[in-house]
Ligand binder design. Structure first.
Ligand SMILES: Nc1nc2c(c(=O)[nH]1)N[C@@H](CN(C=O)c1ccc(C(=O)N[C@@H](CCC(=O)O)C(=O)O)cc1)CN2
Length: 287
């Protein structure tokens, strides 16, 4: 008998469809004299961070967004980095920007994020943006959580009423995803697991949707997953054998839907960054 495998939540084709829509919106903005400009601030030589930033600039080119790049040395001081942030805050060509994370450990990440002008926060990670998310107000949403919700919606995976187990409480994925999924518009019930969770397998096994964002290779095994559940792999670990996700290979045979790594949630992160950038420009016109 043929084995049944999960429907793939294809982030690449979904990203391409979103880019196509954004191209039209950017052209409409241009007709009204507005050109969105996305800036990136990259500190140090981490090859992964460099690759992500390159990907963001390539994406801007595809969609027609102007991009601005600030690559800075790994040993930059907090004061010099904050001076670059102040420059971007003042630059009218830069309508939104991001600081690529993680920053080298000698830098105060929280202070850097807080210094970004909230009106230019393309990543939705400024405390004001996160506060708006808590309050249910309009504003930029963190890109990976927004990409996860968008991917589920486009593949018609039911979210309302679903039990969602999120594994990982990081500030870019797990925590804001919990807030996003519990808004009235999503209406999911969320369990947020972390290193203090007593019985991870039990929390995963009762979930209709599992989001693995712990950065631990193969953490989610087939035995843990409820047959037919949607599983989204957000973990990326660089190993000697290449990139590895948090979800073990055999999960594909148990899950109903799978967002694999690579090719699932990652491409959606960039699509949502550009969406945030275009939406901010549209909001500025409306205002
Ligand atoms: N300021 C931010 N920093 C970081 C974020 C973020 O949203 N804002 N998220 C991640 C990195 N990231 C974007 O910045 C990102 C991660 C992964 C992907 C991606 O497309 N991954 C590929 C596979 C990985 C690869 O090929 O190297 C995939 O899943 O198919 C894009 C963006 C941390 N930092």
């Amino acid at each position: 008998m043929a084995r049944v495998t999960a429907t793939i939540l294809d982030g690449k084709s979904t990203r391409d469809a979103i880019f196509s829509d954004l191209r039209t919106r950017v052209a409409a903005l241009a007709e009204r004299g507005v050109t969105p400009g996305l800036g990136t601030v990259l500190v140090g030589d981490d090859p992964g961070s460099h690759a992500y930033v390159r990907g963001k600039h390539r994406a801007c080119e595809k969609v027609g967004i102007t991009s601005i790049r600030r690559d800075l040395p790994a040993d930059i001081s907090q004061a010099d980095l904050e001076a670059v942030i102040d420059e971007l805050n003042a630059d009218p060509a830069c309508t939104g920007y991001i600081v690529q994370l993680p920053l080298p450990s000698h830098l105060d990440e929280g202070a850097v994020l807080e210094r970004i002008d909230p009106a230019k926060d393309a990543d939705g990670l400024h405390p004001v943006s996160l506060g708006r998310l808590v309050l249910g107000e309009t504003g930029p949403l963190p890109c990976t959580p927004r990409g996860i919700v968008e991917l589920l919606r486009r593949f018609e995976v039911p979210i309302a009423g679903a039990n969602v187990t999120v594994v990982g409480r990081g500030v870019t994925v797990g925590r804001p995803l919990g807030l996003l999924l519990t808004r009235r518009s999503e209406n999911a019930t969320v369990t947020l697991c972390h290193t203090g969770t007593k019985d991870l397998a039990a929390e995963v096994s009762r979930a209709d949707i599992v989001v693995a964002a712990a950065g631990k290779v193969g953490l989610i095994t087939p035995e843990m997953v409820k047959p037919g559940a949607a599983v989204l792999d957000v973990g990326i670990t660089r190993t000697e054998d290449g990139l590895a996700g948090d979800v073990a290979a055999g999960v594909r045979e148990v899950a109903g839907h799978l967002a694999p790594m690579p090719g699932g949630v990652g491409p959606m992160t960039v699509a949502m960054l550009l969406t945030n950038t275009v939406e901010a420009a549209e909001r500025s016109l409306a205002a």
